[in-house]
Ligand binder design. Structure first.
Ligand code: GDP
Ligand code: MG
Length: 189
């Protein structure tokens, strides 16, 4: 059994904690403290082999980005998260965040800039990454069409998953994909 560090990155409020906690504890936490940054441990069986994931849920608000460099250096795989629904859909949460003009467009741009940051810091484009759109249960609120995201992800040459932490849709797929990529990228000695 090998151990892989995974870092979950993305703008504030995109659903990083809900995604991580769903994956590691299999529960949906509605109001996770946005300032909490925590590392979780979860063994995972994929393709008949068991490995262990150490998943770091970052508190990805803008003011923390200087820390990203440290996280990116220590991470072997990355989950880049953005939100597919407008802020109005979660208006009640806005008070928790220290900014007020974010749109889903911004969270998508954040993914683009994180991707560049990762390549720069790793000094390579051969990095295990999965792009994740969150809150797909809120379909009626959707602002970013799936086609837009799919075309972006394929332009970036990265796998993309639409997830819902609330309904537990495709959460495991994200981490399975990442684990397979990490096994290829970091073969055992
Ligand atoms: P973070 O700042 O990226 O860690 O975002 P959170 O995980 O704290 O989520 C921000 C808000 O979005 C919270 O109010 C969550 O309850 C909500 N949220 C997260 N994931 C989902 C989801 O899959 N479906 C729905 N409906 N709401 C979600
Ligand atoms: Mg969080």
């Amino acid at each position: 059994m090998r151990q892989f560090n995974v870092v979950v990155l993305g703008a504030g409020g995109v659903g990083k904690s809900a995604l991580t906690v769903r994956f590691v504890r299999d529960v949906f936490v509605e109001n996770y403290d946005p300032t909490i940054e925590e590392q979780y441990h979860r063994p995972m069986m994929v393709d008949g082999e068991r490995d262990s994931l150490e998943v770091l849920d970052t508190a990805g608000a803008e003011q923390f980005t200087s820390l990203n460099e440290v996280y990116i250096k220590s991470g072997r795989g990355f989950v880049l998260v953005f939100r597919q629904v407008p802020w109005q859909a979660i208006l009640s949460d806005l008070s928790k965040y220290q900014f007020n003009s974010l749109t889903q467009e911004v969270s998508l741009k954040e993914v683009e800039s994180l991707r560049k940051q990762i390549f720069r810091i790793k000094g390579s484009e051969n990095v295990p990454i999965v792009v994740v759109g969150t809150k797909s249960d809120l379909v009626s609120e959707r602002e970013v069409p799936t086609t837009t995201i799919e075309s972006l992800a394929s332009r970036w040459n990265l796998p993309f998953y639409e997830t819902s932490a609330k309904r537990n849709w495709h959460i495991n797929d994200v981490f399975e994909d990442l684990l397979r990529q990490m096994r290829v990228r970091y073969p055992p000695d």
